[in-house]
Design a protein around this ligand. Structure first.
Ligand SMILES: [Zn+2]
Length: 122
């Protein structure tokens, strides 16, 4: 189980770094700001900075979804840090989240059934 947690943690951190790079390239694309001058250490801060600087609707929409994903990643990391056994369980029905789904998206909060139901309701 510990190896499993380590593995998930690695995946989550890697994904967060990836998202940070996506934000960086969005910034580069949309501005001539020297991104190197910004703090790249904190992805959350980076997204906020990008949102402050870029007010083009299309990009802001992308950033919003990246920010939501980062929040989910942080949430999953917090669950792993607490060593609670809640990681991998659906936050809505409490069932185990499908392993395939967790492998693909370790930050998943809900099982496929709940997610599908929630999407339908929107
Ligand atoms: Zn569920």
């Amino acid at each position: 189980m510990d190896n499993y947690c380590e593995d998930m943690k690695k995946k989550l951190i890697q994904k967060k770094e990836e998202l940070g790079k996506v934000v960086e390239s969005l910034l580069l694309e949309a501005t001539d700001i020297n991104v190197g001058e910004l703090s790249m250490l904190d992805t959350n801060h980076l997204v906020d900075t990008a949102m402050d600087m870029l007010d083009r609707e299309q990009i802001t929409g992308k950033l919003e979804s990246i920010k939501a994903m980062i929040a989910d990643i942080d949430h999953a990391l917090a669950k792993l840090e607490k060593k609670s056994d809640k990681f991998g369980l659906c936050e809505r029905c409490g069932n185990v989240i499908e392993n395939e789904r967790l492998q693909a998206m370790p930050w998943s909060r809900y099982c496929i059934t709940c997610k599908t139901n929630m999407d339908k309701r929107r």
